[in-house]
Structure formats: structure tokens, C-alpha cells
Design a protein around this ligand. Sequence first.
Ligand SMILES: Cc1ncc(COP(=O)(O)O)c(C=O)c1O
Length: 439
Amino acid sequence: MQKTIIDPSVVKNIIKEVGIEHVGKASIRELVRVVNLIEQKTGIKFVRMEMGVPGLKPSEIGVNAEIEALKRGVASQYPMIEGIEPLKYEISRFCKLFLDIDVKPETCIPTVGSMMGAMACFMVANRTDHNKKGTLFIDPGFPVQKQQCHVLGHEYKSFDVYNFRGEKLREKLESYLRDGETSTLLYSNPNNPSWINFTEEELRIIGEMSKKYDVTIIEDLAYFGMDFRTDKSIPGVPPFQPTVAKYTDNYILLISSSKAFSYAGQRVGMMVVSDTLFNRRYPDLKRYYATDRFGYSMIYGAIYALSSGTSHSAQYGLAAMLKAANDGDFNFVKEVREYGEKAKIMKDLFTSNGFQIVYDYDMDVPIADGFYFTISYPGFSGVDLVEELLYYGISAISLDITGSERSEGLRACVSHVPREQFPELEARLNRFKESHFVN
Ligand SMILES: Cc1ncc(COP(=O)(O)O)c(C=O)c1O
């Protein structure tokens, strides 16, 4: 006898109305819509874990700097496409102090979120050589980046990294890169959705592969500093956020402000191109851009065409937050530690009710507690589990859409589950377990 929280027929009807065949295969935003409609119809508040939105307030430092900039009148002026000087300077300092790498302000470019940063990367780095075809994604990953390749008409390949950690990564990467057709390699670190963190050894291997096959690495640092197992929050003091930039000079870093600085709404992120890549010339770029220079094509080709730069006031907001972080006046990592603390409790609630953690180990240690964790339940595929959990007022996305080979799993995001909701989550999971008894 099932004791659901929500009548399954209500859920099924809404899925049908929205026009989705399998809700478990829906995109994140589609699932958001379905859950909104179920909440509206039933008045029952969900435990919402489907979307990776920050659940914390933005820093006042950023907000106040934006207000001041707006009062000064920046709203009426186009910002320079390559970014305002104070922001470029603070990004470069940030890279030195939190990544321990040297990049010139010239090669630090604001973007309309890392989302636009990735799009611009594909538009330039996937067009440097007419013999090459596209991107290799180290999965599981963030589905929209593949959509970006798709809409640009670029080819892409991907593999699930879980069984290819450590030295095994080398042969796996070579098997894809050997044919010389790959322009770019992209991964996020910490990884969305599995929360795997690459080791220095793995980053070294990626760097070596980048040099051997002349592949540009796009390192997506959307969760900068958020592997909370070590404290990376003190400027200029190790440990630093690990980065491939230590092992190759053919890289672009995408540093989002959305999660680390809780600044998702302002759509401002950072693209950091290595000095060498920025100044490199690729004759094939002239097929699309006025010049063969990589950095110039990125700014005055891709970013100009995409948005003519990044919101003026948001740049001032980010510059102020970075300055405070660089000066040691604002511990941005401490602000977001709450996610890791919540993840620990939420993982316990799930596992004590029969769920399993899918990506459970990071090399030979248990996976860290962070912004996401992954779950499965015996007897369910991930796609079916998404719908079944909706009957219990819990929403999460299937790992299926992230390129994961662990099709039994779901990704759960901790950010939008307030601690006050934990007892309700526990009660709903209890009910789920009672209805789906496993020995
Ligand atoms: C891995 C990854 N990359 C990029 C982004 C997008 O970042 P932004 O909000 O800066 O566009 C996200 C957001 O969820 C993400 O998880």
C-alpha cells in the first residue's frame, strides 16, 4: 500500500499537460516548471533539490558597490567589452592569491555568467583548426554546455570519469584524443553533479594531454574553493584551489560568481585565458574572425557578437567582492560552507532511509560534502525515481541527463532546502521507505 504525499494522478496529469514524455528525462528548467505547477495545484511545498541555485544572500559588499555604480550613472554607458579596469585587475590578483597562478589583467575578461563564458570558449577555441571537430567532456557534467556545442553545430564526445580516476585517466583521455580531432576538453572541478574533485596527479595528466595533443582545456571552476575538506580561503596561503593552469599554458578558466559569491542573479562571471593562449595566433580563426589572434577573437569576435560585454554595474559589484577577498577582508568560502554542512545531514537522512550514495568515493576517500550529492534507491532507474519521488514531494534531477553512466542515480542539490525543512524531508523519506520496502 503506497502512502504518497501527493496523489500520483495529479502529478501524472501535470506532466502530461506540460507535454513531457518522461519527467525523469526532462531538462532542469522543465522539471522546475512541473514542480511549480504541482505546488500551485496542491498547495504542498516540495523539498526542492532539482536546481543548482544559491540559497544564500549575496554579499553586501557586491550589492553596495553596484548601487553606488548605478548612482554614478554607469547604467547609461556601454561598458568596455574586455571589462572594466578595476575588475580585470582584481581578477588577476584573485588568480594569484587563490590559485597561485600568474595572469595579466589583460587576459581576465568578465562574461555574462560562466554560461556565456563557455559559449564564447566554444565559439573561439573550437574553431582554431579546421581539422578538429569539437569538445571532449569529462562527465558527469552540466548538460547545458553540451547544448551549447549542439546549437553551434560542434561535435562532442564524453565519458563518465568514475571508473577512470588517477593514472587510469591518462589512457582513457588518450583513447579519445589520439585521433587529433579534439579542440577542447571541458570538466568542472569540484564536479557538478558528482562532487568528485580531481587530484593534482589527475590535473597533471590532463595538462600533459593538453600539450601532447594541442587541446585547449576549459576548466570550469563554478564551485571555486568549495571542496571544504581543506581551507582554501586565505589569500596567498596554501592550499590553493587546484587547477590545470599549473600543468599547461593552453587553458581557459571559467570562474563563476554564482555559487562561490551567491551572485547568480547578476549574471557576471570571469573568463581567464592563459597569457600564452591569449597571444597565440591560429590562421584558421580567420574563417570566423577578423584576426588570427586568440584573445582578440575572443573579445572583439565572440563576446562582442554575443552581448557586447557584461552588465556595467555587476562588474563593479564583482570587483568590490574580489577586492575584499583579495585584501583578506571577506572570507567568501566561509560564507558558503553552510552547503557542505547541510549536505552531511541530508546525506544521512537519505542513507538511513534505504537510499545509497551513487558517486560515493573520491579516489579512495568518501566523497566530500558540498553543493550536490547523488542518490539511488534499490530497484529504481534514475528516470523512474525522479517521478516516484515527486509523489512524495521531493524533486531532484536524473543523472541520466548529465552524461553519467550511473543511470540509477539522481542529483540532489542542497542549496534550496532550508534546515527547517529537514524534519519534513525525513518524514517524507520515511514514508517512501515504508512504501518501497527493501530487505
Ligand atoms: C558546472 C557549472 N558550470 C557553469 C555553471 C553556470 O554558471 P553561471 O551561473 O556563472 O553562468 C553552473 C551553474 O550551475 C555549473 O554548475
